[in-house]
Design a protein around this ligand. Structure first.
Ligand code: NAP
Length: 306
């Protein structure tokens, strides 16, 4: 059978684009399918300062553009489309994308994950009217306004840092008694004079009229509730892996794909990399490393098959 591509990478974030670059450098005809903009979560990073080799911070958008440019320079092709179905037959894979089907000898899943929601009253009602999941996208609408940031991981701390450049009326709350984020990030946010940190604090409700006006906060220790005025509520409480193309594959307790140490799934020729995969540490650096490793091993698999 003639295939459209040797390798189709589904997902154009850091893991997918790095995988595609490594795959193309193995002389494999490689396509990246991405439904939104190439770059994935890197696009949401304001100042990327922990990627090795960049001694000065770089914006996530610039970084994503460099990734794509570099991959294209090695022959990677990009297609803007949503993959809706992934099937395997005796020889390879068939991917449905829009009205088209694309065939490939091997597939690398790098579909990432999407943000989690709190599921509290007012959250969905006021999304886009004060409730946001992206600081760099929506922060500028809240210049000098009262902002509440919710979450205790790396994202919440990074986004709080970014948003604090826009206002000094920023409060960061976390339900736990200390942050889960990397110590350097949480220490920086704790010592930022423009940020008030409230630990052991839970947001129970978001209230408003035509837009967000206030929130109901609960002290996790005493159970006391207070209403506090805010104009914007930014929620960063983690993410859910995008595994809808592979509902039957093995997953961990949180729904992330389980691979072996070569990043192969249990389907021969199907590899996974990045945030969609079960792993202990998530970052742009580990996403890139994952993509490179998966592509390397998929290439070995394809050469053996030939
Ligand atoms: P995360 O590390 O999973 O942290 C999620 C945070 O939200 C936790 O503190 C959690 O609280 C809290 N949370 C979860 N559900 C909640 C709920 N219903 N109500 C209130 N709080 C809730 O997620 P993340 O910060 O989005 O980061 C995702 C991944 O990207 C991480 O692996 C992170 O390391 C990586 N990342 C890396 C960088 C970087 O390297 N510079 C930057 C951004 C993100 P508990 O702690 O109580 O569970």
């Amino acid at each position: 059978m003639d295939f459209d591509h040797d390798v189709v990478v589904i997902g154009g974030g850091i893991a997918g684009i790095t995988a595609a670059q490594f795959s193309a450098r193995e002389n494999l005809n490689t396509l990246v399918l991405e439904e939104l903009a190439n770059g994935g979560q890197a696009l949401l990073v304001n100042d990327l300062e922990n990627y090795p080799g960049f001694s000065e911070p770089i914006s996530g958008i610039d970084f994503a553009m460099r990734l794509e440019k570099q991959a294209r320079s090695f022959g990677v092709q990009f297609k803007s489309a949503t993959a809706t179905k992934l099937e395997k037959n005796d020889t390879g894979f068939i991917i449905s994308a829009g009205k088209k089907t694309i065939t490939a000898r091997g597939v690398l899943l790098a579909t990432g994950s999407t943000h989690k929601t709190l599921g509290i009253p007012g959250e969905s009602e006021y999304e886009g009217k004060g409730v946001s999941y992206c600081g760099t996208c929506d922060g500028p609408f809240f210049k000098n306004r009262k902002i509440l940031v919710i979450g205790g991981g790396d994202n919440a701390c990074e986004e709080a840092e970014f948003l604090s450049k826009l206002t000094d009326k920023l409060t960061l709350i976390h339900r736990g008694s200390d942050f889960r984020a990397q110590k350097a990030l949480s220490a920086r946010v704790k010592s930022n004079p423009r940020v008030s940190v409230l630990l052991s604090t839970i947001c129970r409700e978001i209230r408003g009229t035509d837009r967000v006006r206030s929130v109901v906060l609960e002290n996790a220790v005493s159970g006391d509730k207070t209403e506090a005025q805010f104009d914007g509520v930014f929620i960063f409480i983690g993410s859910t892996p995008r595994t809808e193309l592979v509902p039957d594959l093995k997953k961990d307790d949180y729904g992330y794909l389980i691979t072996d140490e070569t990043l192969a799934t249990e389907v021969p020729g199907l590899y996974a990399a990045g945030d969609v995969r079960s792993m202990s540490f998530r970052s742009l650096v580990s996403g890139a490393a994952d993509g490179a490793l998966a592509a390397h091993n998929l290439a070995r698999y394809l050469y053996k098959e030939n």
